[in-house]
Structure formats: structure tokens, C-alpha cells
Design a binder for this molecule. Structure first.
Ligand code: SF4
Ligand code: SF4
Length: 201
């Protein structure tokens, strides 16, 4: 668990706080550091950053640390922090915002596979309004090669083949390309976000 002292940066704190609050819809100003969120987070110990600490980083303007820490990439969006928070702060939404901001800044992701998964998932959703397992797997492996090279692809296929077979057996792999209602709105949202990220993503 990270215990290093955080430093206040007047230069970045206001802009960072405003951007994260606006984009995540979370009122970070109401956090009084009670740490109820930290006690329930399943990945806080492993990542070395608990939700309360992430909020503190943002409040103090530690932009680099806020954009580059494992909690942002390993958060499993279980919503435990949000349901425990007396001020209704959902760190999973903050993490999603920081992930997007990190992509927009073209920072090297701390976990290449998670970044590839995230990009493929978002792209697949933009096409059908929901994720289609087959399309998603194809996109994910393409992202994997782009980010981690051919060795990442081979290692991943080896580790995922068993899971794929089990999913097929249990009929959890859908071949039909179903589309949802309101797909054009989802596509428009995705395109807006992609535009913010610029040409390199
Ligand atoms: S539970 Fe809410 S108020 Fe308490 S530290 Fe976590 S984010 Fe802040
Ligand atoms: S949503 Fe993310 S940050 Fe919150 S408790 Fe779950 S894993 Fe931790």
C-alpha cells in the first residue's frame, strides 16, 4: 500500500479537480477521507492505491500519479466503494474518466492488456450498442498486437483458448450480431470521445 506523502500543487489542482468532477459526475469536494471505500475495495491492496487515496491525489493536484496508477487500470467496477461512501462518490466512474484522460494524453498504459481490452470493448459497443463476443475478441487481439506485439498475441491465445472452449460449450459465445435500440446515440458518444483522444489512439 502506497504511504508516500502527497504534495499539494496549486498549479494543477483546480483544473484537474474541475475536469474530473465534470467528466465523472462525482462530487470529490464532499470527500472527508473516512476510508469506508478503502475497506471494501477488492483491488486496493494489490494496486497500492485505495479509492480514498485516489480522490486525495486529485484534490491535491497530483496529476501524474492520478493518471498513472494501477487502481485506474485494475478497478473491476464492482461499485463497492460507491455503495459504502456516505457521500455517494463512485470511484469506478472516476477511474473510467482517468483512463480516458490518460488515453487522451497518450500516456503509456501501465497494463497493456487492460488497455487493449478497454479499447476493443468500447469499439465493439460503438458498432452494436452492446458487446458481441466474436467481434470483441477479434478487436481485442488486434489491439493486443498493436500494443504488446506478436508475443502478447500468442501468450494470450494460449491462456484464453480453454476459456473460449468452455464458453462455447455453455453457449455463452454469440455468433449473431444483435444491435440494440439507440445505437446511433452510442456511436455518436463514442465518436465524440475518440475525437478527444486525437489521431494516435
Ligand atoms: S468513502 Fe467516500 S467520503 Fe469516505 S474516503 Fe471514500 S470517497 Fe471519501
Ligand atoms: S469499483 Fe473499483 S475502486 Fe471501487 S471498490 Fe470496486 S474495484 Fe475498488
Amino acid at each position: 500500500m502506497s504511504t508516500s506523502t502527497l504534495k499539494y500543487s496549486a498549479e494543477t489542482s483546480n483544473a484537474l479537480l474541475k475536469e474530473v468532477m465534470d467528466r465523472s459526475g462525482q462530487n470529490l469536494m464532499s470527500c472527508y477521507q473516512c476510508r469506508r471505500c478503502a475497506s471494501g475495495c477488492p483491488v486496493g491492496e494489490e494496486t497500492g492505491v485505495t479509492p480514498d487515496r485516489l480522490v486525495r491525489m486529485i484534490l491535491l493536484g497530483e496529476k501524474e500519479d492520478a493518471l498513472n496508477n494501477l487502481l485506474v487500470w485494475k478497478c473491476v467496477a464492482c461499485y463497492t466503494c460507491g455503495t459504502r461512501c456516505p457521500n455517494n462518490i463512485h470511484t469506478s466512474r472516476i477511474n473510467e474518466t482517468l483512463k480516458q484522460m490518460s488515453k487522451e494524453a497518450h500516456a503509456k498504459p501501465l497494463l497493456l492488456k487492460v488497455a487493449a481490452f478497454h479499447s476493443a470493448f468500447m469499439k465493439s459497443i460503438s458498432h452494436f450498442g452492446r458487446s458481441n463476443e466474436l467481434e470483441f475478441m477479434g478487436l481485442y487481439q488486434m489491439e493486443n498486437v498493436k500494443k504488446g506485439g506478436l508475443s502478447a498475441l500468442i501468450a494470450d491465445i494460449k491462456s484464453l483458448s480453454k476459456l473460449g472452449i468452455a464458453m462455447l460449450r455453455k453457449k455463452r459465445m454469440h455468433f449473431k450480431l444483435d444491435k440494440t435500440k439507440g445505437r446511433s446515440e452510442i456511436t455518436a458518444l463514442y465518436n465524440r470521445s475518440a475525437k478527444r483522444q486525437g489521431p494516435k489512439e
